[in-house]
Design a protein around this ligand. Structure first.
Ligand SMILES: Nc1ncnc2c1ncn2[C@@H]1O[C@H](COP(=O)(O)OP(=O)(O)OP(=O)(O)O)[C@@H](O)[C@H]1O
Length: 224
């Protein structure tokens, strides 16, 4: 679904931050993305959903060359990729349920109440569906962000350090939700520093580990 060949990226004409990256992200796969702080994980994820475009090299997303996408093409791509951002942002004056449904509302699609209720149940936020985002805990915010990321039924879910501020139990709960999504056929790309989490995940899902080191993307061996 995402194919990169010899991709290089640098911010606004500066020195390349990421060089010569090649990757084939298959449907139904689960990848962790790791690497030191500042190595370019968020940048790499932004390239994957065409929020940034490569400086050179070739990249296709769902068979389309990302550098040739029209505005509508980019919008269509974004609908197929659900993103959980590092810093979850919500509209604080809107209840959780409306925040989760927002991508549907923005896209002019109907909000089916039973489906939205099921989604909130799945992330165990149904009792808080009328609460306002500032009253949520860190784990509840991340679960709401995950629900919002999957409300459009994307094929690929990208999560950027979603467990960064969570304790172990809450991290495992979020991981379990991503594993369930993967078992239902979705591809998952999950950036994290947490090697304990990666080790724990490997008992539940067949995951590969991508690592950014020295500006390059490596597919790590099975010993991680
Ligand atoms: N919009 C931008 N313009 C210029 N430089 C940027 C921009 N965004 C990020 N950078 C720089 O690119 C480098 C990589 O940043 P990025 O956020 O991708 O790393 P990261 O691996 O996700 O880091 P962390 O683990 O700390 O979140 C950093 O040096 C950062 O300062």
């Amino acid at each position: 679904m995402i194919e990169m060949q010899n991709l290089t990226f640098g911010y606004s004409g500066g020195d390349p931050l990421l060089v010569d990256m090649s990757l084939s992200l298959q449907p139904g796969s689960f990848h962790f993305l790791t690497g030191p702080s500042g190595s370019g994980k968020t940048t790499f994820l932004r390239l994957c959903y065409a929020d940034l475009l490569p400086s050179s090299g070739r990249m296709t997303a769902f068979g389309e060359d990302v550098t040739a996408l029209s505005r509508d093409g980019i919008a269509a791509l974004r609908r197929r990729v659900g993103v959980v951002h590092q810093d979850t942002q919500f509209l604080d004056h809107m209840p959780v349920a409306e925040n989760v449904a927002l991508p549907l509302i923005v896209a002019g699609e109907p909000v089916e109440m039973p489906a939205l209720g099921d989604l909130l149940n799945w992330v165990q936020l149904a009792p808080l569906s009328r609460s306002l985002p500032p009253s949520l805990s860190g784990g509840e915010r991340q679960r709401a962000a995950l629900a919002r990321a999957v409300v459009m039924s994307p094929d690929l879910i990208i999560a950027d350090e979603p467990t960064g501020n969570l304790d172990w139990d809450m991290s495992m709960r979020l991981l379990q939700l991503l594993v369930e999504l993967n078992h239902s056929g979705k591809s998952v790309l999950f950036a994290t520093h947490d090697m304990h989490l990666i080790r724990a995940a490997k008992q539940h899902v067949q995951a590969r580990v991508l690592r950014i080191a020295g500006k390059r993307l490596q597919l790590a061996g099975a010993d991680l």
